[in-house]
Design a protein around this ligand. Structure first.
Ligand code: BEZ
Length: 211
């Protein structure tokens, strides 16, 4: 069964490169990113994991924990981490789940048999502190992910969780935002005292409120 936006992220206990974890306990009050890679000792995955390790401080700044997964065992991940550090210049500094029996992969519907029946696709799940799924993205094995985009979406998710705004196309932190249509002009006067640019009654653009 697919995991959909708004669902509670399925909980599990699994072996990782940093010991056995219970997923929900491990998340605690943090946001989380759970992402799968198709197979250990493969080139695109090697670059992805190196990049995520490099930008881990950006996730930490946003109170986000990251955790990887493939259907290879933990011992294989540990051997591969040496290659990742050697070729990408950064040691893997977050846990990677070993899932040889595909328990977690099946829970999260990460194996798409018509693409490949043994490897996971490149899934990304962003999970909020309420354990609800806020974002799902699926890339094919042949395309490495854009983790800067995932940080950008997390910025939008965290902003829109706290303010009655939405973010426009290609928005980046600091850019103007949109007042959600459910907010009346009267309410908007209180919420956005700096005012807004009304381009259409349903398109009211205002400054990012939490700067
Ligand atoms: C890779 O990570 O390079 C990869 C993994 C599976 C299939 C194709 C590429």
């Amino acid at each position: 069964m697919a995991v959909r936006l708004g669902d509670t992220a399925p909980d599990f206990t699994a072996d990782t490169t940093q010991g056995t974890i219970n997923f929900h306990e491990w998340l605690g009050d943090s946001w989380g990113v759970l992402f799968s890679h198709p197979k250990d000792f493969t080139p695109v995955c090697t670059t992805e994991l190196g990049y995520v390790a490099k930008i881990k401080p950006e996730f930490e700044k946003r109170n986000v924990k990251v955790i990887g997964l493939s259907v290879d065992p933990v011992e294989s991940h540990v051997k591969w981490e040496g290659d990742i550090e050697e070729t990408q210049g950064t040691a893997v500094n977050f846990p990677m789940i070993g899932d040889p029996d595909r328990k977690v992969a099946d829970l999260y519907d990460m194996i798409h048999p018509n693409a490949n029946d043994t490897m996971t696709v490149r899934s990304v799940f962003v999970i909020g502190p309420d354990k609800k799924v806020k974002l799902t993205i699926t890339y094919p094995a042949s395309t490495g992910r854009n983790f800067d985009e995932i940080l950008r979406v997390i910025d939008s998710l965290q902003l829109t969780a706290g303010y009655k705004v939405a973010t426009p196309a290609n928005w980046q932190h600091g850019g103007d935002v949109i007042i959600v249509p459910a907010v009346s002009d009267d309410e908007a006067k209180d919420l956005f005292p700096g005012g807004w640019d009304e381009q259409k009654p349903y398109l009211r653009v205002t400054k990012q409120p939490n700067l």
